[in-house]
Design a protein around this ligand. Structure first.
Ligand SMILES: Cc1cc2nc3c(=O)[nH]c(=O)nc-3n(C[C@H](O)[C@H](O)[C@H](O)COP(=O)(O)OP(=O)(O)OC[C@H]3O[C@@H](n4cnc5c(N)ncnc54)[C@H](O)[C@@H]3O)c2cc1C
Length: 467
C-alpha cells in the first residue's frame, strides 16, 4: 500500500487537471497524484487534426466570463494564445418555419425583434404576476408558465445547444438553480433580476456596462487547454495514465484506493469524474445514494469541408428546435468562428446529430450518418456543391442530463462530503456541464484541500443564457 501522497485525484480530464493546477499554484509542497484510466489526459476534450482541418470531438469553446477560468488562462500563459469570437459580433440563428432566423444579441434588440409577436412580448411581461410553480417542473413547463409558449422554440434551441438535451425532461431546478432561487425569493424572475441590477448599480463605484462575453478557443483547438495543464505534471511522479481506479474504501479518516495496478492510502481523495462514474465508485462507501445513475446524451459530429466558393452565413451557426423535425441538431460554422480551421481555399462546418431525443441516429454507420446530415444541412443552408472533405467524429463521453431528482442527488453529494472526511467531488455534471463549471468547481476543490476551514457558500449562481 503506497502512503506517500496526501491527495489522490481520480480522473485526468479538465476537472482533475484544474485541481492539480491549483494545488501546484497554492501549495507547491502538497504531495498529490492524478490517476487517469485512459492513455491520455483531457477526457472529453479532444481536437481532431486531419488534412488541414481542425475540428472538435468534444467542446468547441467556452465563454470568457468566468473568473476562475480567466485566472487559469493567466497562470498558464494561455491568455496570450487564446483566440476569441465575441458573441456581439458573431450572430447565431434558430431554424424556424423553414428558415434561419437571426437571434438578436442584446435584451433590447430581442424585445424589438420581429421573430416574437407583440402579444407574445406582452405575455413575457406578465411573468411579473405568474405564481411560482411547485415541485420540480421541466424547463419547457416552467418557461411556458412564466413567459408564455412563444419562447419555447428558442429555449429548446438553447438546451439543444448546451446539453444536447430535451427540455421536456431537463428540470429548471437542476439546470438553472440560481434563476429558480431568484423566482422563489422575489415571486418573479424579472422582478428579482431588476432588483439585483438596481442593487448592483447602487453599490458600484463607477458606471458599469453589460458586456457580452466572447467564445474562446486556441489556434490548435481546445485540446491545447488540457495539454497545457498536463505539461506541469510528470508521468510516473504525479500523473499515472492507464491506471483505472476500481474500488474505494474509507476507514479511520483514511482512504484506500485500489487500481488495476497498485493500491494507495491517502487523507484526501478528489473524484474528478462524470456523475455516473463517481456514483459507481462511491457505491461501496455510501449506502444512501439516492440514484444509481443519471441519463446521458451523446452526439456525433459530421464534419464537412467545401471549397470557399461556398458561402456560409455570417456568425457561429444555427440550432434546430425539435418541433422543426430536422435530422440535425444544428451546425457550427467552424471556419467563421476561429481562423485556420480549414486548409487554404476551403471552409468547414460541423453538423451535430443525436442528443437525448435521438440516440438511435448514432447507431447509423458513418456513411449513412454523413449522407443524412449533409442532405439536411445542405438544404437548410442552400448549398448545392459537393463537399471536398467529410468525416464523422463520435465522442465517447456522454453529456450528463440534469433531470428530475438531480437536486436531491446534489444535496446527497454535499452531505456525503461532510460525512466522509477528505472526500471531494467535482466533475462533469455535478456543478454544471460546461468548461467554466469544471474550472470553477476544480478551483474550489483545491482551495478546500489547502484551506480546510469551511468557506461560506454563496448560493446558486445566476448564469447568463446564450445561444
Ligand atoms: C460532445 C461534447 C461537446 C461539448 N461541448 C462543450 C462546449 O462547446 N463548451 C463547453 O463549455 N463544454 C462542452 N462540453 C463539456 C466539457 O467537455 C466538459 O465539461 C468537460 O470536458 C468535463 O471534464 P471532466 O474532467 O469533469 O470530465 P471528463 O472529461 O469526462 O474527464 C474524466 C476523466 O476521468 C477518467 N476516468 C473515468 N473513470 C475513471 C476511473 N475509474 N479511474 C481513473 N480515471 C477515470 C476518464 O478517462 C476521463 O479522462 C462538451 C462535452 C461533450 C461530451
Amino acid at each position: 500500500m503506497n502512503t506517500q501522497y496526501q491527495t489522490i485525484i481520480i480522473g485526468g480530464g479538465l476537472s482533475g487537471l484544474t485541481v492539480a493546477h491549483n494545488l501546484l499554484q497554492q501549495a507547491p509542497k502538497h504531495r498529490f497524484l492524478v490517476l487517469e484510466k485512459s492513455g491520455r489526459t483531457g477526457g472529453a476534450i479532444k481536437t481532431h487534426h486531419d488534412g488541414g482541418y481542425i475540428t472538435e470531438i468534444g467542446p468547441h469553446g467556452f465563454l470568457d466570463n468566468c473568473r476562475q477560468s480567466k485566472q487559469l488562462l493567466k497562470d498558464t500563459g494561455l491568455d496570450e494564445e487564446c483566440v476569441k469570437a465575441p458573441l456581439i459580433d458573431f450572430v447565431r440563428y434558430v431554424y424556424l418555419r423553414d428558415k434561419l432566423n437571426l437571434i438578436p444579441q442584446t435584451p433590447g434588440k430581442i424585445l424589438l425583434a420581429p421573430i416574437v409577436s407583440w402579444p407574445a412580448k406582452l405575455r413575457v411581461l406578465a411573468e411579473f404576476w405568474q405564481p411560482v410553480l411547485k415541485g420540480e417542473p421541466t424547463v419547457a413547463k416552467w418557461v411556458s408558465h412564466r413567459f408564455g409558449p412563444a419562447l419555447l422554440p428558442f429555449i429548446d434551441a438553447i438546451y439543444t445547444g448546451t446539453y444536447a438535451g430535451d427540455y421536456d425532461r431537463l428540470t429548471i431546478d437542476s439546470v438553472m438553480p440560481g434563476i429558480r432561487a431568484l423566482e422563489k425569493e422575489h415571486g418573479s424572475v424579472l422582478r428579482g433580476l431588476l432588483k439585483k441590477t438596481l442593487q448592483r448599480k447602487k453599490g458600484a463605484k463607477e458606471k458599469t456596462t453589460l458586456r457580452m462575453p466572447a467564445m474562446t478557443s486556441f489556434p490548435s483547438g481546445m485540446q491545447r487547454l488540457s495539454d497545457r495543464l498536463a505539461e506541469n505534471l510528470s508521468h510516473g511522479e504525479n500523473l499515472f495514465t492507464e491506471t483505472c481506479v476500481t474500488a474505494l474504501h474509507h476507514s479511520k479518516n483514511r482512504w484506500q484506493i485500489h487500481t488495476n495496478k497498485k493500491s494507495y492510502q491517502v487523507k484526501n481523495i478528489v473524484l474528478a469524474l462524470p456523475v455516473n462514474e463517481a456514483l459507481r465508485l462511491l457505491s461501496s462507501v455510501c449506502d444512501d445514494i439516492p440514484q444509481k445513475a443519471i441519463p446521458q446524451a451523446r452526439i456525433a459530429t459530421v464534419v464537412s469541408g467545401f471549397k470557399n466558393s461556398v458561402a456560409l452565413p455570417p456568425g457561429f451557426g444555427f440550432l434546430t428546435p425539435e418541433a422543426e423535425k430536422r435530422f440535425c441538431l444544428g451546425a457550427l460554422f467552424s471556419s467563421n468562428m476561429f481562423p485556420g480551421r480549414a486548409p487554404e481555399g476551403h471552409i468547414v462546418f460541423e453538423t451535430l446529430v443525436g442528443g437525448r431525443r435521438h440516440p438511435e441516429r448514432l447507431d447509423l454507420d458513418d456513411q449513412s450518418l454523413t449522407r443524412l446530415a449533409l442532405k439536411d444541412v445542405q438544404q437548410i443552408l442552400n448549398i448545392r456543391e459537393k463537399p471536398t472533405y467529410t468525416t464523422v467524429l463520435r465522442s465517447k463521453s456522454g453529456i450528463p442530463q440534469l433531470e428530475q431528482h438531480f437536486p436531491a442527488l446534489l444535496k446527497w453529494k454535499k452531505k456525503s462530503e461532510t460525512k466522509h472526511k477528505g472526500l471531494h467531488i467535482c466533475g462533469f455534471g455535478w456543478g454544471g456541464i460546461g468548461i467554466n463549471d469544471m474550472i470553477k468547481d476544480g478551483t474550489e476543490v483545491a482551495v478546500s484541500i489547502t484551506t480546510p476551514a469551511p468557506t461560506e457558500g454563496s448560493g446558486p449562481e445566476i448564469k447568463g443564457v446564450y445561444f
